[in-house]
Design a protein around this ligand. Structure first.
Ligand code: 13P
Ligand code: SF4
Length: 330
């Protein structure tokens, strides 16, 4: 096949995806995406690459170029099973590091170095060592939204999807849970375990308030409210259900709600609207600026230039991997 025939093949493949997302992407916007999608499909084949996408990625990424999709837990689990030479993380830096820790021999690319996380930035390895010195003998449970350095100082990791199970698996009365104060408080209420917390917050979820939720309920009769556990406990208390992004997706898929408010990042509703056009999504939401650094054109450039490659320092990699593997074993 000549190069131009090949490109028209990939262009056709890309355009055949439009009906999938037509519910959330207006036809006039599609041409702005389709050329990058065609190029990405071709580059994935050329480099034997797979794209892992978090639920907060925009629909043209999530539904048109991603091979593996899900919450932080699913991405970590599936990163273990990936058969490819190259992994592109359509997510943020800690997710790319986790994929690298679980795939040391593969090339892992993060399309933007700006894709960080306010939770991961809130704590360092030195902070964890100080906590251990202050509370000797208390196990450290670390949210995956942290750097590999911090994971390396921890006993076990957790995600919002398995935090309760992980803590209960330790069979202790007290744990240190870092760095998300609100997730820790929400889990403490569910488990009854005493939790020493850290003052880290997700800049997306900390902005929601209980008053807003009461106002949305008053404005939208029959509204079912689903909140992420990174929200403050008083916001979670106003919700009908609280769970990870996968938990919220499963709740919507169960058909228990016709009109839904997702108290989380904006792209969640768009992605679920593609799969559940029968559900009405009420859209107040907050954008994650870090997740939004990942765009189709950034993914295309990452695959064209094979950058930015994610590496983890050998001095922390084994210990960090162990804390993730302990979590995956729970
Ligand atoms: P989950 O997808 O694990 O619920 O995490 C949400 C999040 O904020 C990831 O950055
Ligand atoms: Fe971090 Fe919050 Fe953005 Fe997730 S949504 S990457 S926790 S800042």
């Amino acid at each position: 096949m000549t190069a131009s025939l090949q490109m028209s093949f990939w262009q056709e493949q890309a355009d055949s995806l439009y009906p999938r997302v037509s519910h959330v992407i207006p036809a006039m916007e599609w041409p702005a995406f389709s050329e990058d999608i065609a190029a990405i499909l071709a580059l994935k084949e050329k480099h034997n690459a797979v794209i892992l996408a978090h639920n907060y990625q925009t629909p043209e990424i999530f539904h048109c170029v991603a091979d593996v999709k899900g919450d932080s837990l699913a991405l970590a689990r599936k990163a273990q099973e990936v058969e490819a030479d190259v992994i592109v993380m359509a997510g943020v830096a800690f997710m790319a590091e986790t994929a690298k820790l679980l795939n040391p021999s593969k090339k892992v690319l993060l399309p933007s170095v700006e894709a960080g996380c306010s939770l991961a930035d809130s704590i360092t390895a030195a902070d964890v060592r100080l906590l251990r010195a202050r509370y000797p003998g208390i196990p450290v449970v670390t949210y995956v939204n942290t750097s590999a350095d911090v994971k390396a100082e921890s006993d076990i990791c957790c995600t919002s999807g398995n935090a309760r199970k992980v803590i209960e698996s330790l069979g202790v009365e007290e744990v240190i849970m870092i760095p998300d104060e609100f997730l820790a408080q929400n889990v403490a209420r569910e488990t009854g375990v005493k939790i020493i917390t850290w003052k880290g917050h997700c800049e997306v979820h900390e902005r929601f308030t209980p008053e807003e939720i009461r106002q949305w309920r008053a404005a939208w009769p029959g509204l079912v409210v689903l909140a992420h556990p990174e929200c403050p406990p008083e916001v979670v208390a106003e919700a009908d259900y609280s769970g990870s992004t996968a938990g919220m997706s499963d709740f919507v898929a169960s058909g228990k709600a016709g009109r839904v408010l997702l108290v989380t990042e904006c792209s969640m509703s768009d992605n679920l609207a593609v799969e559940h056009p029968e559900v009405e999504f009420v859209r107040p939401c907050n954008l994650c600026p870090h997740m939004k650094h990942i765009t189709l054109s950034a993914i295309r450039k990452a695959l064209e230039r094979m950058e930015v490659e994610v590496t983890v320092d050998a001095s922390v990699a084994d210990r960090a991997r162990l804390s993730i593997e302990r979590m995956l074993a729970v």
